[in-house]
Design a protein around this ligand. Structure first.
Ligand SMILES: Cc1ncc(COP(=O)(O)O)c(C=O)c1O
Length: 488
C-alpha cells in the first residue's frame, strides 16, 4: 500500500445529523468518498480521537464507523501506524446513485403509482367482503388427502412439472366447467394459477403493450385495474348501470382492444350483465380483434333469477379468457385459481408461467384434484351456496329499515356481497366511521371508482358489505351493534 500521509484529510461536506445513527452516517459518508475517489487509496485517516473532535462526535461513534469500513475492506490498518484507505481495484464499483422516482425505470414507477391497499387480514368479521364461509370447509377431509399425498409421493411428481399445472386437476376443472358452466372446453386450455390475481396479471403482461388502452368497469375491481396499469396499460373506466357494463360506451372508445369484466356478478355493484349486453360485448371483441377477460370470481353463488351462460360459453370467436378461483369456494389463502384460454393462447401463457414461477405448488393441486374426483368439491359447493344464501337472508331480515341517506337494500340474487347507495360522500364516511368504531367492517363504494373519473363525487357514495364471512348469529349480533353505532 503506498502511503500519502501528507495529504490533508478532507472532511468538508460531512454533515452528521444528531439522533439518526451517527456512526452509520459517518460510515456512509466515508464510504461514498472512498468509492468516488475523493479519498484516494493509501490516504491516512486521522486518529479516531482527532476525527471525533473535528466532527464534534464521540470517539466511540468514530470507532464504530471505522470498524465497519474495516470489516468491509474499505480501510486497512497497520499496528502502530494508523488507518489507511484501502487500494481498491481500478474498476471499483461506482456508488449507487441516490434513487429518485424520476430515475426509476417506467415499470417501477408504475408500480409506485398504483399502490394497491391489501385486503383486510385476521379472523373474518361481519361484514368482510371477498371471503366465503370458510368455517364450513371440510378441513379433516383435506388434511386426510394431504397426508395421503405426502406420505408417499411418486418420485416423478417431485421434480419440475407441467407449467400449465397438474394434468389431472386440469382435466377435472375442464369437466367441471363443461358440466356446471356450459363451457365447451378441453384440459389443454386450462392453466392453473396462484389464484385469480395471478391469472389476471398474466393476462395483463401477455396481452397488453405499454401505452395501450384497457377498459375496466367503473366502479370495478381495483386489483385487476392495478395489474393492467402496472403492465403499462392506460385504464379507461366504463360506466356500469342496471344491466352491467355500458357496452355502447365501450364501443365508442378508440384504440382499446381489451376489456376486463365481471359479468356474473359485477364487482362491486352486484349487477348481472344482461344477455343483449353480453352479445354486444362479444361483437365488440370481434370487431376490434380484441380480448375479453371474464372474471367469474363468485359465479357458483346464484340464489334466484336466471343464471346466464358465461361469456366464454357464448364466445364463437375465441376472444374470451375465462378466470376462475377456488378462493371463494374453499378459502383465499389456498391461492389456487385457473385460466380457461382460447386454444391459440394456451401455449404462450404456459411458457410465460414457466418463466415466472415454473408452476404452482404440487401438493395443493394434487389434493384439489383428489378432492374433486372423490365428489367432495361438488358437495362443498352445494353447502357453500346454501350457507351463503342463508347468511344473505339473515342480513336482509335484520337490516335496519330506514337509515338516513341510504337506499333500501337491493334484491341480492347472486354472489357474496351487496352494495347500497348513499346520498353523499360525507354520509358514507360518517356511516363507515361509526361502523368501524363498533368493530364492524364494510367498504366505502367510493373507493371502487377510478381516480379522476365520472361521476361527480357524491354519486359514488355507498356501502359494500360481504354477507358470507360469518354465521347467521354473528350477523344478527353485528346488526344490533350497528343500530347502536348508527343511533337507529
Ligand atoms: C372481482 C374479484 N376477482 C377475483 C377475486 C379473487 O382473487 P384471488 O383468487 O386472487 O384471491 C376477488 C376477490 O376478492 C374479486 O373480488
Amino acid at each position: 500500500m503506498s502511503r500519502s500521509p501528507s495529504l490533508p484529510f478532507d472532511l468538508s461536506g460531512i454533515r452528521l445529523q444528531p439522533g439518526r445513527g451517527l456512526a452509520r452516517q459517518l460510515y456512509q459518508a466515508l464510504r461514498e468518498r472512498i468509492l468516488d475517489g475523493r479519498l484516494g487509496g493509501g490516504a491516512r485517516l486521522p486518529a479516531s480521537r482527532e476525527l471525533a473532535t473535528r466532527l464534534g462526535i464521540s470517539r466511540n461513534t468514530v470507532t464504530r464507523a471505522l470498524d465497519q469500513l474495516y470489516a468491509e475492506g474499505y480501510v486497512a490498518g497497520r499496528v502502530g501506524d494508523g488507518t489507511y484507505v484501502a487500494e481498491l481495484p481500478r474498476s471499483r464499483p461506482t456508488p449507487s446513485p441516490t434513487v429518485t422516482p424520476a430515475a426509476l425505470d417506467p415499470a417501477l414507477q408504475r408500480l409506485q403509482a398504483h399502490h394497491l391497499p391489501l385486503p383486510p387480514s385476521g379472523a373474518p368479521r361481519a361484514f368482510r367482503i371477498g371471503v366465503p364461509a370458510f368455517d364450513l370447509f371440510p378441513f379433516e377431509t383435506w388434511a386426510r388427502l394431504q397426508a395421503r399425498f405426502w406420505r408417499k409421493p411418486a418420485a416423478e411428481r417431485l421434480g419440475y412439472g407441467d407449467p400449465a399445472g397438474d394434468p389431472r386437476l386440469r382435466e377435472l376443472i375442464a369437466a367441471y366447467l363443461r358440466n356446471s358452466r356450459g363451457l365447451a372446453c378441453e384440459a389443454h386450455q386450462v392453466l392453473i394459477t396462484c389464484g385469480s390475481q395471478q391469472a389476471i396479471s398474466l393476462c395483463a403482461r401477455l396481452l397488453v403493450q405499454p401505452g395501450e388502452r384497457v377498459a375496466v368497469e367503473n366502479p370495478g375491481y381495483r386489483a385487476a385495474g392495478h395489474a393492467f396499469a402496472v403492465a403499462g396499460a392506460q385504464l379507461c373506466g366504463v360506466a356500469v348501470d342496471g344491466e352491467g357494463l355500458d357496452v355502447t360506451a365501450l364501443q365508442r372508445l378508440e384504440n382499446c382492444r381489451l376489456a376486463y369484466v365481471t359479468p356474473a356478478h359485477q364487482y362491486p355493484t352486484g349487477v348481472t350483465l344482461s344477455l343483449p349486453r353480453r352479445l354486444a360485448l362479444l361483437e365488440w371483441a370481434k370487431r376490434v380483434n380484441g380480448w375479453i377477460v371474464e372474471d367469474d370470481y363468485d359465479g357458483e353463488y346464484r340464489y334466484s333469477g336466471t343464471p346466464l351462460a358465461p361469456l366464454a360459453a357464448l364466445d364463437e370467436q375465441q376472444r374470451v379468457i375465462y378466470v376462475g378461483t377456488f378462493g371463494k369456494l374453499a378459502f383465499p389463502a389456498l391461492r389456487l385459481g385457473y385460466l380457461l384460454l382460447p386454444p391459440a393462447l394456451a401455449e404462450r401463457f404456459a411458457r410465460r408461467q414457466a418463466l415466472e414461477m415454473r408452476h404452482s405448488e404440487v401438493g395443493a393441486q394434487a389434493v384439489m384434484a383428489e378432492f374433486i374426483a372423490a365428489g367432495h368439491f361438488q358437495r362443498h359447493v352445494r353447502r357453500m351456496r346454501q350457507a351463503a344464501r342463508s347468511r344473505r337472508d339473515a342480513l336482509l331480515a335484520a337490516w335496519p329499515k330506514a337509515i338516513r341517506g341510504c337506499s333500501p337494500l337491493p334484491a341480492v340474487e347472486a354472489g357474496l356481497h351487496l352494495s347500497i347507495r348513499v346520498e353523499s360522500l360525507a354520509r358514507e364516511r360518517e356511516l363507515i366511521g361509526a361502523a368501524r368504531a363498533a368493530g364492524i367492517e364494510m367498504n366505502p363504494l367510493s373507493d371502487y371508482w377510478l381516480p379522476g373519473s365520472e361521476p361527480a363525487e357524491d354519486a359514488r357514495a355507498g356501502l359494500v358489505l360481504g354477507f358470507a364471512a360469518v354465521p347467521e348469529a354473528q350477523i344478527v349480533e353485528a346488526l344490533q351493534r350497528l343500530r347502536q353505532a348508527w343511533k337507529l
